[in-house]
Design a protein around this ligand. Sequence first.
Ligand SMILES: [Zn+2]
Length: 378
Amino acid sequence: MSDIHRDTLQLAKALIACRSVTPDDGGALALITSRVSAAGFRCERLDRGSVGNLWAVHGSSGPLVCLAGHVDVVPPGPLEQWTSDPFIPTERDGLLFGRGAADMKAGVAAMVTAAERVARGARARGSIAILLTSDEEGDAVDGTAAVVSTLTARGETIDACIVGEPTSTERFGDTIKNGRRGSLNGKLRVHGQQCHIAYPERGRNPIHDAARVLSELVSTEWDRGNQYFQPTSFQISNVHAGTGASNIIPGTLDVAFNFRFSPESSTSALQARMRDILDGHRLHYDVEWTLIGEPFLTPRGALVDTLMAAVTSIAGVQPSLSTTGGTSDGRFLAPLAREVVEFGPLNDSIHKIDEHVRIADLEPLSVIYERTIRQLLM
Ligand SMILES: [Zn+2]
């Protein structure tokens, strides 16, 4: 058993034992602070509200390579369904079980031990930073976004950022995320006029109006995506209309919808096209928008190529680049960091009962992070 394996496994277990149900860090940030301080990192807590945030830096010259992630976890769900206690790290059949094992305490453990080894070794140039939050699985308002706004206000920049989220899907090392789609929520209210269903001419049925417009919206091609992104997707998540009575035409209909959009469509372009379609049907409506995140992309370049080479040689798998999946904290880092990628262990058990990570993947994961940082700082 190598030191890297033992050290990373021990830290992963210590982190799982921290009951860090979002936005509580469960003592995980203090644990990491004491470790990385001993390796020479300057640690700063950038907490906001009930959220814990750690910014730790080793070195004072550029370029700056940052390892980022979260120590919070989603709630375990029904405890009686877990084979072992979700907050007691348990090894079984080559797997390490516990809430957050895959999402993303294994990644955090591997990043921290990698950063410590780089900090303790000699290097030609540059600095290493660790950015950790306890608010990724929750509102994600006071976490990475808050740290990024503090760093931006100070004029700090990040050259390359690796987020240790679990990105592998079938086999360890098979997927690197080099971007994410944007996410835009909308709430549409279609106004009609309530009346007795036997006298439809006395009112206006918003359900009939909406049926035509929704069918056009769902069949619209918003864009065709590009080499890195799927086409933009429009999905309806909720529809509500009706009073419950069978003899009333309701006065309004509410629709909630979401765009997962590629950089081929801007937020304002999607909003304008939507308005054109609604106006084309002569609807009376209001629409409210909430931008969850802009899309971002890190094309092939120093970071992607260096990480791909490290994964290929250490995991023995040629990783593919992907921008699928939900939003991540990468969206907050992208405006500050010149390059952002996400790479980590298998994600098949995340947020599930009996979440786990493969123990044999911990050492290669840490070595991949270490080699990538060293290469970037050569
Ligand atoms: Zn995560």
